[in-house]
Design a protein around this ligand. Structure first.
Ligand code: SF4
Length: 317
């Protein structure tokens, strides 16, 4: 499928968890230490664990300064995108710059796979919020869900999360992604509970399939399964949110929702409806407006009409 190149800085986008968020993507498209079956950006192209420079950090910092100088209404500046942000060697430098030159809260969405590395923990220490991922306490299930780089071991990764919490006071919301038939059994949930008790996150965010995943067999967990997991995890004393139940930010309108749906991937109208919960007539109406504004472009591929977000210059800043 045609993949638009994600901008280094994108948005602001409407995030279900973070409200109105300016995104920073420091790695090349689809570069990750995992190749998750549920990834909303499709299959990982570059599966790796080596940290390196993927772009020009001076340019990223200059662009950030230019954008933030207009004091946009933001809830967070968030390191995210279509890959794993801790793979970038620029991460620490850009975080430090943001903390020294702006007052916006900084969040990092990470799979947590490199938290066992001291350098990565030190680079993340100044942020306001870290959201790492936990889907299982079992190596076999871990390999099935995340298809990780062969050098990664689940126990090392989980110990890295424990160490991060011991070393610094950064707010940590642990994202637990549930896939029916894979990690929703009582045994899986109670084994995760033991690690949650050791990691001591400030919150748990229970997530499931909301957008089209890398593998079409990944189905959404039922509300019953989500509530069962919530009850088990709450026994640790940690507050648990079910992502779909969160109240949307008041800043989030149809345009932002469509932008978030198209972030880093091209989608059909049906896929946009599935991920935004908007009515079809609203999706079509706003797509027409966004096309006229040259923010969104359409192409035919394999007999299907798909839409993609054009570039950072088209964003609503
Ligand atoms: S860790 Fe995130 S970006 Fe990487 S493959 Fe998994 S879902 Fe996609």
């Amino acid at each position: 499928m045609y993949r638009p190149q994600p901008a280094v800085i994108f948005g602001p986008v409407a995030s279900r968890r973070l409200g109105r968020s300016l995104g920073i993507d420091l790695v090349s498209p689809s570069t990750c230490s995992y190749d998750c079956v549920y990834c909303e950006c499709g299959r990982t192209i570059d599966l790796q664990v080596e940290r390196k420079e993927y772009g020009n950090p001076d340019r990223v910092i200059a662009d950030l300064d230019r954008i933030l100088a207009s004091h946009p209404a933001l809830d967070f500046v968030t390191f995210a995108g279509s890959g794993e942000p801790t793979l970038s060697l620029s991460l620490g430098r850009v975080i430090r710059h943001l903390k020294e030159h702006s007052s916006y809260p900084v969040a990092v969405l990470s799979n947590g796979s490199l938290l066992w590395q001291k350098a990565v923990r030190e680079e993340l220490a100044p942020v306001d919020l870290l959201i790492p991922t936990l889907t299982t306490a079992r190596e076999e299930t871990f390999r099935r869900i995340h298809r990780p780089h062969p050098s990664l071991q689940l126990s090392t990764i989980l110990e890295g999360m424990v160490t991060f919490r011991e070393e610094c006071s950064v707010e940590m919301w642990l994202e637990v992604f549930l896939i029916p038939g894979i990690n929703t059994t009582s045994q899986e949930l109670y084994e995760m509970q033991s690690w949650i008790a050791r990691i001591r996150p400030h919150r748990i965010q229970l997530n499931t399939r909301h957008r089209p995943p890398a593998e079409s067999w990944v189905r959404p967990a039922s509300m019953n399964a989500l509530r069962q997991a919530k009850a088990i995890f709450e026994e640790t004393g940690t507050p648990v949110d079910i992502i779909g139940e969160l109240t949307p930010s008041p800043h989030v309108g149809p345009r932002e929702k469509i932008h978030a749906a198209l972030m880093g991937r091209a989608c059909t109208v049906e896929e946009i409806i599935e991920s935004t919960y908007l009515q079809e007539e609203d999706v079509r109406r706003y797509l027409a407006i966004l096309e006229e504004e040259r923010r969104v472009e359409r192409v035919y591929e394999g007999g299907q009409l798909i839409y993609w977000w054009r570039s950072e210059e088209s964003c609503s800043l």
